[in-house]
Write a protein of this length. Structure first.
Length: 432
């Protein structure tokens, strides 16, 4: 008898667009079967500013995915990001009953580490173990079954603004959807865009959104630090539009075509002006030096802010590379700009671990990394089949999901109950 397929949905609420991805999961693997997008009306800086308009945006993206797949969407994993997200370290310890680490011991240690003061206007989003210690022996990632009398754990606690979470839940409810779980978007992007070797050696993921750029740093397979800076690709578009007196649509076109650093402009167009449509609809002649100056200065600001935030972490553990994801990474020369400012090799992160035979753009677009990662998060959380990769190194790519999934989601035996505890009873635990 053929096993019944499971359908998973993910909704990436970005600064500029809503992306809904639908995947079919069975014993043969996971396949993305539909994608729907819509402008993020009702949202600003990844937060709700108009519930009715935001619900309409989500509905439009959902209806598009439903029309492609013919499958109704009732619930979905959702992503959240923005400058209201905060990351801090914590520590917990417990005695080991029976001198052998069991799931209950891990749960107790993590619950002890989770007992941190959280202001009334904030909620715990994730509690991610970074290291276990048994009787003074540190560096343990999987303590299950090990012998000892005392178990300690170091965790990273991610919190978010309560109002942002509650308004997001209200938007989903107004759109007729149930939010299965809310996930920090860079964690989701990491599942889709990072490689296991990068996670072990040290990597910095930078998700460049419209109104903010979100960062997550990993080392030894675990999250080390996360933060957000309040500058993104929309600021570049606005600078071009205001500085050169162009419509937003034309400013966006110039941004994507001519890139981030200005080097391409200065070398290819030194003697030629760039033609663009002005606010009146009439053609304008743009000096390439002016465009280069506007774009370059804002891009430099993004990476300068990231550099300032990461310098204290770099002193303890410097990553070996960086990976750019999100719609802002589509700009030409963005990798070169990042390499210059971060002093690291940089590549673009694609959701290449998912099977997307009918939607090649989804598998090759860094702007879809968060949506793809949310699907992978759901697969791990629900214990589904592993995804089938279309990449040439298919076996390592499949193993990557297991390796990164355990690190990012804390998928150690006994932690699933804790995840449910935080998703169902956040308010009771976080009123500090």
């Amino acid at each position: 008898m053929k096993a019944k397929s499971k359908i998973l949905a993910a909704i990436d609420v970005g600064s500029s667009k809503i992306c809904v991805a639908l995947a079919k999961c069975d014993t043969s693997g996971v396949e993305v079967i539909a994608v729907g997008t819509a402008p993020a009306a009702g949202f600003r800086k990844s937060a709700v500013v108009d519930i009715e308009e935001a619900a309409g945006s989500v509905n439009r993206a959902v209806r598009e995915a439903e029309s492609v797949s013919g499958i109704p969407i009732k619930s979905a994993y959702a992503g959240i990001a923005g400058t209201h997200i905060s990351c801090s370290g914590s520590y917990g310890a417990t005695g080991i009953k029976g001198r052998e680490v069991r799931a209950r011991d891990i749960d107790r240690a993590i619950e002890a580490a989770s007992a941190v003061y959280v202001p009334l206007d904030r909620e715990i989003l994730h509690v991610l173990p970074s290291e276990f210690v048994i009787d003074g022996q540190d560096g343990i990632q999987r303590p299950m079954g090990m012998a000892g009398v005392r178990l300690e754990v170091k965790v990273q606690v991610l919190t978010a603004a309560h109002a942002v979470i509650e308004n997001m839940e209200r938007v989903f409810a107004r759109a007729g959807l149930r939010m299965t779980e809310l996930v920090f978007q860079p964690l989701a992007s990491a599942l889709a865009a990072l490689r296991a070797e990068e996670m072990e050696q040290g990597v910095m993921l930078v998700d460049i959104g419209g109104w903010s750029s979100d960062m997550a740093m990993f080392k030894d397979g675990v999250l080390m630090h996360a933060f957000s800076v309040p500058v993104g690709s929309h600021h570049i578009t606005n600078d071009i539009a205001l500085g050169l007196k162009l419509p937003q649509k034309e400013a966006e076109r110039l941004k994507l075509r001519y890139g981030a650093s200005g080097v391409r402009l200065q070398t290819l167009f030194e003697r030629e002006n760039i033609e663009a449509l002005g606010m009146s609809g009439k053609p304008l002649q743009i000096d390439p030096a002016d465009l280069a100056r506007v774009v370059k200065s804002r891009c430099e600001e993004i990476f300068e802010l990231i550099k300032q935030q990461t310098e204290p972490v770099f002193l303890k553990s410097r990553p070996v590379c960086a990976v750019l994801a999100g719609g802002g990474s589509l700009m030409r020369d963005m990798n070169e700009m990042a390499e210059k400012w971060l002093g690291l090799p940089v590549r673009t992160g694609y959701p290449e671990t998912l099977k997307c035979p009918l939607m090649k753009e989804f598998a090759s677009g860094p702007q879809y990394a968060a949506a793809a990662g949310l699907l992978l998060y759901g697969i791990q959380a629900e214990g589904g089949a592993r995804p089938v990769s279309t990449a040439t190194d298919a076996v390592p790519a499949v193993n990557q999901i297991a390796a990164i999934g355990e690190a990012v989601l804390g998928r150690i035996s006994g932690l699933s109950g804790l995840r449910r505890l935080f998703s169902k009873d956040k308010k009771a635990k976080c009123t500090g």
